[in-house]
Write a protein that binds this ligand. Sequence first.
Ligand code: IVH
Length: 827
Amino acid sequence: MANETSVDTLTRKEAASELERLAEVMADYDRQYYEEDAPAVSDEEYDALRKRNLAIEARFPDLVRGDSPSLKVGSAPSAKFAKIRHALPMLSLDNAFSDEDVADFAKRVRRFLKLADDAPLAITAEPKIDGLSLSLRYEKGRLVSAATRGDGAVGEDVTANALTLPDIPDELHGEAPEIFEVRGEVYMTHADFAGLNIKLAEEAAALAEAAEAAGKVVTAKAARQFANPRNAAAGSLRQKNPEVTRSRPLRFFAYAWGEASEVPGRTQTEVVEALGHFGFSTNPLMRRFDHIAGLIEHYRSIEAQRATLGYDIDGVVYKVDDLELQKRLGFVSRAPRWAIAHKFSAEQATTVVREIEINVGRTGKLAPLAKLQPVTVGGVVVSNVTLHNEDYIAGKDADGGPIREGKDIRIGDTIVIQRAGDVIPQVVDIVIEKRPADAVPYIFPDHCPACNSKAERLVNPRTGRLDSNRVCTATLTCPAQAREGLKHFVSRNAFDIEGLGETMIETLFDAGLVHQPADIFRLQFEPLREAVEARRRELSELRRTAEGKAVPEKTVKKAETSRAIENILSGIDARREVPLDRFVFALGIPEIGETSAKSLARHFDDVRGFIEGVDAAAKGRAGEDWTELSTLRTVGGNTFARMMEIEPTKLEDESWDPLKDTSLALKANQRVALKERYGEASAIREAIGRASSHAPSEAFLSLSKDGDLGPVATQSLISFFEEKHNREAVLALLEAGVSTINERPKVPAASPVAGKTMVFTGSLEKMTRPDATKRAEALGAKVSGSVSKKTDLVVAGPGAGSKLADAEKHGVKVISEDEWLALIGEG
Ligand code: IVH
C-alpha cells in the first residue's frame, strides 16, 4: 500500500475513481483466490484493501458501487459445477485486528441491544479454520445436497464429493429436525497436506517418465502441487470426479447452520453441542466467556497453540451466544452484527542468511535473492526470500536517505521472516544481537554476473531519481537477458509454441542453436536432435555423479527422440502466423504488457505498420520536461492539458502565479505536488513553459493513445526500435517467414464520426463510459479526455461540468446521449 493518499484527503472524484479501482483489483484477487485456488496477495494486503474500500465508502456513502467488494462474499461459482441457491445466504465475517477492535465490537453489540456497559454478555470464542466453507442440507435426516459458498447466494453443487468425506455423515444421528442445514469448514491437516504433495510429485514424475518413453520431450513442468493446505482442500473438494475427492484426506468441522425447521438449542454453545450429537466433528477449542478479558485471553492461548494444532487457522471467531440476541442483532450487508473474526498477524520464523544470489531477468534487472537456512513458517519450508533491490539490502536509497522498507542485511545475519497469508515470504526484521562480528555490509555488484558488463542504476523518469534497481547495460549481448527473453517469447501468452518450454529453450540456447527469436523458425531436424541428445547425456551424467554410484544409463530409442523432435518442429510451424498482439507482447519491450500490446494491435494492420507508427512517433518525441510534468503524481490528465493551453504571454509574465490561477482549477494536493517538485511560483511557471516547448508531436500522442500508454511506456517503445539490434531481430522474424494476423473490426465507411475527435462528459444513462468510448472508437472516432479547440463533438450527460464550459468556450458542438445514439443509428 505504498504511497496511497490518505482517505481523509480524497476529493469526491478521486474517491469515485479509487472505489472503481478497488472494485476491479479486488474482483481479480477474489477470482484468483476462489476460482483458481491461487491467491495473489497476502490476507493482510487483501484486508488492508478491504478496509480502505470501507473507509472511503463511509466518507462517501452515495458512491458505494453495485459491484463494491463490501457487498460481495467470495466469488461467483465456477461453471464446472451445477449451481445451488442457498436457502439462507452464506455470509462472511467482519474482521478485528486488535484488542481495541474487539472491545469496539462488544460496545457496538451492547449499544445495539441497549445493554449497560457492564451488563454480562455471553460470547463464544473458537478457532477460525482456514479452509473453505460448505453448506450441507439434510432433509428428514438425510444429506440431500452440499454446496460451496460461491458468491454467498449461489454455490457449487459438490454433493457427490462431500459424501466421500468421512467427517460428513450421510445420515444425521439421533433425532434431527425435518430440515437442517449444517455449515462448517472443509480443511486439510499439515501432515495430510505434505503427504498429498509428495504423492502428487511422484505421480507427476511417473507420468513424465511414461511420456518420455512414448517419445515426447518432457519440459520440466513443475508437478501440479498445492501451495498450502487451504488450496489443497479447495482443489480436492472441487473435483469433477468424486473418486479423486475420496482419495484426498479431507476433514470437516461443523460450526454453524443455515435453514432449520427447528433450531436444536437456544444458544450457540447448545447448537454446536447438538451438531456433535448429530455426528459431526466440532472444534474442541470453543469456549464461552462473559467478558472481553476472557475472549482475549483465549485468543492468546489459541495463538500460542497455533503452530502445534496440526491445521491452519487464521484467527479466532467470537459469536454472541444467545440466539435470541443474535436474531435481534441481525446482519449488515455481508456479515452478521453478532460475530467477528479476530485475525492473527502473519506467522514469523527466525533463520540465517547463508548467501545472497543475484539473478538477471529478461529486462536486465539484477534481482537479489537471500538463500536461507531452510525454516518452516506456517507449515511451509522457506529457503529463499527476495531482497528486492540494492536499496532494500542497504536500508537506504542511492543518496543515503532513509527508505520505507529494507534494512542493512548482511550475509550471516539472523533475520525474522514472515509468510503473510499464503504468499511470498518477506523479511520483517534483523536480529542485530546475533550478527557475526565479521559480517560486513553487502556490496551489490556493479557488473552483471551473467556477462560482466557494467550494471547501472538509471534515472527513473517517473520520479526523476535514481532507480532502486540496477540493470545490466548489455541489453542484447547479455546471455541471461537473451535466454530470459527467449523464454518470454515462447511463453503461453506470447508465441505459445508447443513443445518449446523453458527447459528446451535453455537446451537450445546453451547448444548455441538459438540466439534470437528468429533462430527458432530456422531450426532444422538434425542439429535439434543432436542438441536434445547431448542434453540428455549431460543430465544422466549429472545424475550419476550426484548419486555417486553407477546408475544404468537410460537408453532412449532413436525413433522416440525423432518423434519428439518432429513434435517440436510442428509446434513451431503452427505458430508461423500469430495474432499481432501476441507478436508485440512477445518482443518483451519494457513497459509493454499484454494489455498495451492488445490496444496497439487494434490500431495497426501488421508488424510493418506498427513499426512505422513507432518511427513516426519517434520524430516528435516528448522532451524530458514534458514527460516529467505530465507524469507528476496527481497532476496529469485534464489539469495537465489545461496547463499546456496556457498562452505564452502568461508564461512570460513574472506576476503570474500558476498556483493562484483559478482557470487551472488546481486541487490542494496538486498544488502541494507542484510545490514539492519545483518550489517557487516562478519555478513552476518555468516548468510549465519548458514542458509546453517540449510537447510531443501528434504522432507521438496518437501512438500513446492507441496503446493506452503513458509517456514513459511510449518512450520505451520508441527506444526499443531505435536500438538497431532490436529492429533487426524483429525484421529477422519476418524474414524467417513469421507473419501476423489481425482480426480487428473494420471501421464502417459510412461512420458519421470517422476521424472526429470526441469527448464524453457527465453521466451516461444508456451505456457505461468505457462502452461508449469503445463504440465511438469502433466507428473511427478519437475519444479524448479533455475539450480543446481541436475537439469536434462533445456528448454531455447530466452533471457535466467544466468540460461543458470548455466546449462552449471553444464553440464545440454539444449533443445529448440520445442525440449521440440517434447519430450512430442506435437511437
Ligand atoms: S461462522 C455468518 N465460524 O470464515 C457467519 N466461520 O470470514 C458464519 N470460518 O465464511 C461463519 N472458521 O468460511 C464461522 N469457526 C468459524 C469459522 C468460520 C472459519 C470461515 C467461514 C466464513 C469465513 C468468514
